[in-house]
Design a protein around this ligand. Structure first.
Ligand code: ASP
Length: 431
């Protein structure tokens, strides 16, 4: 068969995978010139990002309004937050255990260390500057809580402030059910149509995914090359091993135990979202695809997915937290500093807090890492050591972040009787 025809006939996630794999040789071939095709990837990210705000707002509003049961909503909220906190703490613990056992920073050559510190010092200084503008310590907790309440919901929508959007959509959804008579119904019908329209838009935009993904991967490979990966191989491998362990054991266990679904079926169902997360390094941008996969492929109800997933994209970052555990240990080891058990418990607390306060955008993990380093008194310029491989690790940790969100949606839905369809239908589903 004609290869073009054969390609057109394959399923979408296979096409995305082909785009992803093809991006590597294209990037190697073009080298730094690959940045000339990066606009295709940026275009794709913008296309899915444009869906995020209307989709999250409308589906969460409709979901809350049709749930019509505040107690149930509270229960779903409590389960979600508990699941997120537990899995994040487990993730960091895995990172710390591996970091202590494998000691990724102890064998780093002195020459490599000074080379890395020198070449990434400016970039590191920029990140530290950005981080210093964020509130820290107890202030950070109070600030984060206060900032959930939007002074102006329209501004929250315009600024893509996810927590504020969630807050407003939830309250508005509850309020509309209290409007006497049937007067609130037109608003619910309107936003239901908006939400369904946005889902159709996801389908359309995803047709462009293979090209977007190819361009994004080619640009990363072309820009960073593979050399830097080798000098930090041990560190990068420890992070990736931790991420894989967390994904395979914790999520598989959780979906099997609480989600009434086999792990393979779960991973198959969310594969398109994982591929997009890997290529875009952004949980927020991946959100429409994650919601689509959770609903269509895993059978999670819209009520649950529209609440659990946008919340997860913002407050749940297991991959990022795990990476921060390894990174803190790595930096301490390279500088010959030892971390006590107390220090490591501090890492668990700080990395959990850091992941709650940060939005799911590319590279945010390294900025919040400075919060962790600062609390431990570790040298902030140490982030220069790991900046070179940060993009590639960001891709991996974002994949884990959205997998964690999807597993939460499945677990919460299953325990609430909100799994709408037998997940076997995943096979024929989209995207
Ligand atoms: N890029 C990650 C995300 O969007 C966050 C990070 O680790 O930098 O989930």
């Amino acid at each position: 068969m004609n290869p073009v025809k054969a390609f057109m006939r394959t399923r979408l996630h296979t096409k995305i995978l082909i785009g992803l794999v093809a991006g590597v040789p294209v990037g190697l071939l073009l080298g730094p010139r690959a940045e000339h095709i990066e606009f295709l990837g940026r275009l794709f990210i913008l296309l899915i990002r444009m869906i995020v705000v209307p989709l999250v707002f409308s589906s969460l509003f409709v979901g809350t309004a049709s749930l019509g049961n505040i107690r149930k909503l509270g229960r779903i909220g409590a389960k979600t937050v508990l699941y997120y906190l537990c899995t994040t703490a487990i993730a960091i613990t895995i990172g710390l255990l591996l970091g202590n056992a494998i000691q990724p920073g102890s064998g780093l050559e002195e020459s490599t260390k000074s080379e890395l510190l020198e070449s990434y010092s400016t970039e590191a200084a920029q990140k530290i500057e950005i981080a210093s503008q964020r509130p820290s310590g107890a202030d950070a907790i109070v600030e984060t809580l206060i900032r959930i309440v939007p002074g102006n919901p329209i501004a929250s929508l315009a600024e893509e402030n996810m927590l504020q959007i969630i807050f407003f959509a939830l309250l508005f959804g509850i309020a509309i059910t209290l409007v006497p008579g049937n007067k609130g119904q037109p608003a619910i019908d309107f936003f239901e149509a908006v939400s369904e329209g946005m889902i159709q838009l996801v389908h359309i935009v995803m047709k462009f995914a293979p090209i977007g993904v190819l361009a994004l991967i080619a640009a990363v490979v072309g820009k960073f090359g593979v050399d830097i990966l080798f000098s930090l191989l041990k560190y990068a491998l420890v992070v990736v091993a931790g991420l894989v362990l967390h994904m395979v054991f914790i999520y598989s266990g959780a979906v099997r135990l609480f989600g009434k679904i086999g792990p393979l079926e779960f991973f198959r169902g969310i594969r398109p979202a994982q591929l997009i997360a890997f290529s875009t390094s952004s949980s927020n941008a991946t959100l429409p695809v994650t919601m689509e996969c959770a609903e269509e492929n895993l059978g999670v109800s819209e009520e649950v997915s529209s609440f659990v997933l946008p919340l997860g994209a913002t407050i749940n970052m297991d991959g990022t937290a795990l990476y921060q555990g390894v990174a803190a240990i790595f930096i301490a080891q390279v500088y010959g500093l030892s971390l006590t058990v107390g220090d490591q418990i501090t890492i668990v607390l700080m990395a959990t807090l850091a992941s709650i306060g940060a939005a799911g955008v590319p590279g945010i993990g390294i900025i919040t890492l400075t919060m962790v380093l600062q609390t431990l008194g570790l040298p902030l310029e140490g982030i220069a050591l790991i900046l070179g491989v940060d993009r590639i690790l960001d891709m991996c940790r974002t994949t884990v972040n959205i997998t964690g969100d999807a597993s939460a949606a499945l677990v919460v839905a299953a325990t609430e009787g909100e799994l709408e369809r037998p997940s076997r239908e995943a096979e024929g589903a989209s995207p």
